[in-house]
Design a protein around this ligand. Structure first.
Ligand SMILES: Cc1cc2nc3c(=O)[nH]c(=O)nc-3n(C[C@H](O)[C@H](O)[C@H](O)COP(=O)(O)O)c2cc1C
Length: 181
């Protein structure tokens, strides 16, 4: 089987304890159980400047972020839906990735919503991932009514969401193994 698949999680908020951060941790744990090495980019500890802000092109956090992406075989993007699309934090993270970091690698997508389910954020992240030559897994998860969806212990209450998350983690790890050169 060779080296384990390396899966990098990217969170759409600064706080990994946020709801989308919690869902990201759940799916990364599953990827680990499937034999992958996992890492997570911590926007709180290592914030990325807005692309084009003064000094941004030489920013040390940007270099770390791009190096982590280069070393990864797959990505999980988890973003809250803000005004019908991904968060600004997620968009800015993606704007720092180019095809030289991501080409030919699998992307898995998750969004969390305060209200009812929608595919907007998933579709918008799919377009961005395609633009940097990522292969986006067809399995994807939108978690509506996020406050009710997460239990007190931090688990997921809804069985159908749990099933979709398992299908996504399996797809990311299995398809990364197929694609890795
Ligand atoms: C600026 C802003 C815009 C939001 N827009 C939407 C929206 O369009 N649709 C929706 O269902 N929830 C919306 N929400 C609720 C967030 O999606 C929800 O709070 C988030 O998924 C919770 O995850 P988090 O703790 O990781 O941020 C919005 C929240 C904020 C702060």
């Amino acid at each position: 089987m060779g080296q384990p698949i390396r899966v990098m999680g990217i969170c759409g908020t600064y706080d990994l304890e946020s709801a989308n951060g919690r869902i990201l941790e759940i799916i990364l744990e599953q990827c680990r159980d499937l034999g992958a090495d996992v890492s997570i980019w911590d926007n709180g500890a290592y914030p990325l400047p807005l692309v084009g802000a003064p000094g941004s092109w030489d920013d040390e956090n940007v270099k770390k972020f791009q190096a982590m992406a280069t070393e990864s075989d797959a990505f999980i993007l988890s973003s809250p839906e803000y005004h019908g699309t991904m968060s600004g934090v997620m968009k800015n993270n993606l704007d720092w990735l180019y095809s030289k970091h991501t080409s030919g690698k699998i992307f898995g997508l998750i969004s969390t919503l305060g209200g009812q389910s929608s595919n907007n954020t998933l579709n918008h992240m799919r377009i961005a991932a395609r633009w940097i030559h990522g292969w986006v897994a067809p399995e994807q998860v939108a978690v509506p009514h996020i406050k009710e969806a997460l239990g007190e212990e931090g688990g997921i209450n809804d069985e159908s969401i749990r099933d979709r998350i398992s299908a996504l983690s399996s797809s990311v790890v299995e398809n990364s193994r197929k694609l890795r050169r």
